[in-house]
Design a protein around this ligand. Sequence first.
Ligand code: AKG
Ligand code: FE2
Length: 467
Amino acid sequence: MDRFIAKKRPRLSPSSVQQQTLPPDEDSTDMKLAILLSLFPDIEQDALLDILISSGGSIEDASAVVTAQRAYKPAKKRALGASAIQTSLTSHITTEAGLPPKKQLTRKGKTLHLFSPEDVAAHTPCTIIHNFLPQDEADALLLELLDESKHFSRYRFQLFDRTVESPHTSSLYVSTPEELRQQTSEYTYGGGFRSNVRQLTPYLRAVSAKVQRAVNDEIQKRIQTCYPDGEKLKYQSPKEWVPNAAFVNCYDGPTESVGYHSDELTYLGPRAIIGSLSLGVEREFRVRRTVASDDDERNESEVSPTGSTADSPSKRKATSKGTDVRADAQGQISIHLPHNSLLVMHAEMQEEWKHAIAPAQTVSPHPLSGNRRINITYRWYRDSLHPRNIPRCRCGTHAILRCVQRKRENRGRYMWMCYAGYEPGKKGCTFFQWAEFDDDGEPLWEIKPTEDEAPTLRNFIEEDDKQ
Ligand SMILES: O=C(O)CCC(=O)C(=O)O
Ligand SMILES: [Fe+2]
C-alpha cells in the first residue's frame, strides 16, 4: 500500500535546512534504483538492481553499463536479468522447527524461488496459506473486485521535478461514509490526501472475518516457533489483530508491478502485521532483507530467527563507495502467490525487509480474470495513531512514521518526518522527530494528544458476524 518505489527525501538546499537533528540517510539504493528505472523504463527492476550493485552503487557507472550492454543487445527485455534458482528447499535442507537456516540461502544477483508453505515460513518473514477460501467464495470475491477495479486509480507522487504514477491501480476500502470522509481529509498517504477511497463491499467484509481468524492463528504460531523465547517481539502489539482497512491493488497484465518498498507505518504502528489475499493471475512476490549500510556481508551467517542480524562491531569494515548496496548483495527471494492464497506479513517484515511485485515476462491467464491479479491487504489502523494524535510538521500536514533500516547506529529506531515534498505541487519541510513507543508499540507522546470526538475506524466484523 505504499508508493510504488520507496524514496529518499528530496535534498534540500543548505538555506532551507533548519537547526535540528536531520534524519539518517535512508533508502539511497531505492532512490538510485528509481532514478535508473526512470532512465531505462524498458529494463526490469531486478536487472537494474544487479547492475547498480555491480557498479558499486554509482548511478553514472550503472547507466554507462546499461548503455554499453544495449549496444550489444538492443531492446531485449530481461536480457540483463538476474538468474533464478528454481527449487523447493524442504527436500534438501534440514532446519530447526520454523527457524531460518544458519547458512545464507540467497546470493548476490540471484533469485531463490519458494513455492511451499514450509519453505516460505522457514526462510522469509511471511507465512502462506494456499486455497484459503472455499473456491466459490474466492471466485465471488474476485468477480466483485474486478468490477470494483473499474474505479481504481494510479497513485501519483513527486520525484524531484517529475510527477510519477504507480505502475498498477488501487483503492482503499473502509467501513462507513464517515470513515471515507476522514480518509480523504484527515488521514494522509505519502504526504497528501487520498483521492480514491471506497466503502467496503459485501464479500470484502465477509472474508475479513476469516482473514482475522487465520492471521491471529498464524501470529501465535510464529511467536511460538520462531521468536526468541517464544515471546512476541519488542514493539509488537499483544492485542488481537483486527482489520479495519483494506487496500486493494489491481495488476492488469504482466508488466504492472509494485517496486521494492516497506509499508508506511504511520497508522499501523511498529511491527505491523498485514494479511494479504491474492486472487486471479499468479504473480511473484519478491522479498529482500535490508541490512545496515556499514555491515560486513559476512554477518548474513548471523541471522537471528526474527531476521535481524547480530551486532558485531569488530567485523565492521569501511568501504570507499556504494556501501549501502550491501543490503542488496544477498539476492532476493520470490514467493509465488497463486489465486486464493493468503500471505501473512509478520511483525519482522516492514522494519527488516522490503517487498515488491516484480514485472513478469508473461502470465498464465486466469479463467475469471484473464491477465489481471487482484490483491487485498487487510490492515489494522491503530486507534492510538489516529491523525488527531500525530505530530504536525511545519507544512501543516501531519508527519509520517518510518523506521531506520540502513544506518547501523540508529537501526530499528522510529522517526516522524515530513513527506509533503512527495505530493505533486507541494514543497516539504525538514521536520524530523524521533518516535517513541512502549514495548507493546503504543506511542509515548511528548505532548498529550487532544481529545476530539472524531471516531476511530471500526472493525470490519460487525457484531452479527461474531455469533
Ligand atoms: O500486491 C501485493 O501482493 C503487494 C501489495 C503491496 O505491497 C502493498 O499494497 O503495499
Ligand atoms: Fe506493500
